[in-house]
Design a protein around this ligand. Structure first.
Ligand code: GGG
Length: 347
């Protein structure tokens, strides 16, 4: 039987609950589609950091390299571990080491889910640059603790990095409705963002079927709220993409619905699939975490692994569940009940 090797990293807070839910659904879809998911679970998390002083072992990246894909829950918490440690100690090194330069985040309303907007019909795909930009980690602090203290955080944009994410976005727009929105703040940031705009203009000649519009981040934030139905593919830098996709989650009904895929388009390394949301420690022990985003991320993983039929069946089951009104209101239904309903819809 065809087998895909999956590294599971539940992480912190609600990460375990949502990952267990997704694994139950994905395993069932695999079994009925004639393949298997051979999963190994790694306890790498903030709790692991508290015990060992690191978010993952020194050979963590090499361990993950032996897998076909990584499924991650959420990191961040307990509070005494700074968020920057969880991000720079686990998520960002994985994205960078495996050149997962495209963070793909779909935003649309599932049936039965009421977003906060009056016009519900939108279907947009955010592509976030995932390996450089504002999250490069370059910078430092001097004169700490004094009145002269200075902190510098340097954004790094390379031609290779910008060109490859823009090409990826142009290609997604070509496959979809042929519209690409490129997001910068090039009126204020006159080096990196002007560079991004120039490369967008250079590439647009190679994709004549794609209509490209450049937006400033502030205008795009307003457009995603006021007129998301006018958008198809949206591409942005690491920080801007991170912020816009929480906004995308909000218009699709909440963070419980926002899925994501950290993709290495060359397929030389494992890609990583995770919900957009964090560890939500305030609800971690209440049993009410919404597993929809993680199940959807799992469907994206199956699609990436070439299991198109199983991926489509998982999405159909997810949509059948929300169409029944299950899991559609944040905090109302229990994680177990939502998972059971998705499993039942997979029959
Ligand atoms: N679901 C993954 C998670 O815990 N994300 C928390 C977070 O802060 N992510 C920031 C990022 O995606 O760059």
């Amino acid at each position: 039987m065809k087998t895909h090797r999956i590294a599971r990293i539940p992480g912190d807070g609600i990460g375990t609950a949502v990952l267990d839910a997704a694994s139950a659904v994905l395993d069932k879809a695999a079994a009925s589609s004639g393949f298997a998911l051979e999963s190994q679970t790694f306890p790498w998390s903030c709790a692991f950091y508290k015990e060992t002083g690191a978010m993952m072992p020194a050979d963590g990246i090499e361990t993950l390299r032996g897998f076909d894909a990584i499924l991650l829950g959420a990191v961040g918490w307990p509070a005494e571990v700074p968020d920057s440690v969880s991000l720079h100690g686990l998520l960002l090194p994985i994205r960078k080491a495996f050149v997962q330069y495209a963070n793909v985040r779909p935003h649309r309303l599932l049936p039965g889910v009421e977003g906060p907007l009056r016009e519900g019909g939108f279907d947009l795909l955010c592509i976030r640059e995932n390996t450089e930009g504002e999250y490069s980690g370059a910078g430092g602090r001097v004169h700490q603790g004094t009145a002269d203290e200075v902190a510098v955080e340097t954004s790094i944009f390379t031609r290779t990095g910008v060109e490859r994410i823009l090409r990826f976005a142009f290609e997604r727009a070509t496959e979809r409705r042929g519209k690409l929105a490129s997001v910068t703040k090039s009126n204020a940031q006159k080096h990196s963002m002007v560079f991004w705009d120039e490369i967008t203009a250079q590439l647009s000649g190679e994709y004549p079927a794609v209509e490209v519009t450049s937006y400033h981040i502030d205008a795009m934030a307003a457009r995603m709220v006021m007129a998301p139905q006018t958008l198809d593919v949206v591409v942005a830098s690491n920080l801007f993409g991170d912020i816009l996709t929480d906004l995308g989650a909000a218009i699709q009904g909440g963070l419980g619905f926002a899925a994501s895929a950290n993709i290495d388009p060359t397929r030389k390394s494992p890609s990583m699939f995770e919900p957009v949301h964090g560890s939500a420690p305030d609800i971690a022990h209440l049993g009410i975490a919404n597993p929809m985003a993680t199940i959807w991320s799992g469907a994206m993983m199956l699609e990436h692994l070439g299991e198109r039929d199983a991926a489509a069946r998982v999405m159909t089951a997810l949509e059948a569940t929300t169409a029944r009104g299950i899991g559609t209101v944040p905090g109302r239904d229990r994680t177990d009940a939502i998972t059971a309903a998705v499993l039942e819809a997979l029959d």
